[in-house]
Design a protein. Structure first.
Length: 249
């Protein structure tokens, strides 16, 4: 950890009592480099189209939830390059940064250190695979950080869709089984071993496999039929077109 990074127990004396940051980690949309686990069921162009829709709706979720919980919103992109105007129109006041590190653990740690160094005391990070996540889960994550130092939203595939922290704990980020079904379980195991107060949210699912795309379409269709607010519009529009083409038959 850099010498000037906040420790797990020490904080600057002038911090606001409850200063929050809501982060979104996302890959820069590039053909053939996003949503590769959807192939060959979906081709590279379709995978890119879905990634763009997921990212667009995730930015809407980020801004909406940021307003609800009083958090600054930050987008951490995987690499330099910037977003085109179509996606960028959904940034609003969200500021963009570039992820730093050789793996997801290092990238998360760098982002957390940056936010803590800027004076934020409660941090929640989302991925761009769950724009259909109920807003209440994000609100609850910040609520839980009033009682626990780490909050995890377990994904149904064994990973996690959300990670929150009120203290930096490198032990939960280094040498983790990223991209496997053991990630959530290992995070909880290490937290208990280290005596770190941890809280878990209800399970949810990421959209990163062909079957989860069909599941998302079914869910969004049901939400729309019930006239529910905040249906992820970019995803709905794309999947509706795919449904008309018989992709989910």
């Amino acid at each position: 950890m850099p010498d000037d990074a906040p420790s797990t127990t020490d904080w600057p004396g002038d911090l606001v009592t409850c200063k929050r940051a809501l982060l979104l980690f996302a890959r820069l949309p590039r053909l053939g480099q996003v949503k590769t686990r959807l192939m060959p069921r979906f081709n590279a162009e379709e995978a890119l189209a879905l990634h763009r829709a997921l990212l667009t709706d995730s930015l809407d979720l980020l801004r909406r939830c940021g307003e609800s919980v009083g958090a600054e919103c930050r987008l951490y992109l995987s690499e330099e390059g910037g977003l085109d105007s179509e996606i960028g129109a959904h940034l609003g006041s969200t500021t963009s940064r570039i992820q730093q590190g050789s793996d997801l653990g290092e990238r998360l740690q760098h982002a957390f250190q940056e936010c803590l160094g800027d004076g934020y005391r409660e941090l929640v990070v989302l991925g761009s695979d769950s724009p259909h996540l109920p807003d209440g889960y994000v609100v609850r994550a910040f609520d839980e950080l009033g009682k626990a130092e780490i909050v995890v939203g377990p994904a149904r595939d064994g990973g996690y869709y959300l990670l929150g922290a009120s203290r930096l704990h490198p032990a939960l980020l280094a040498d983790m089984p990223w991209g496997t079904s053991q990630l959530y379980r290992e995070t909880v195991r290490r937290a208990r071993r280290e005596g770190i107060p941890i809280s878990s949210l209800p399970a949810w699912y990421d959209v990163d496999l062909p079957e989860s795309v069909a599941q998302l379409w079914q869910e969004l269709s049901q939400r729309r039929s019930r006239d529910e607010p905040d249906v992820p519009q970019a995803c709905f529009t794309l999947l509706e077109a795919w449904s008309r083409d018989g992709r989910f038959a």
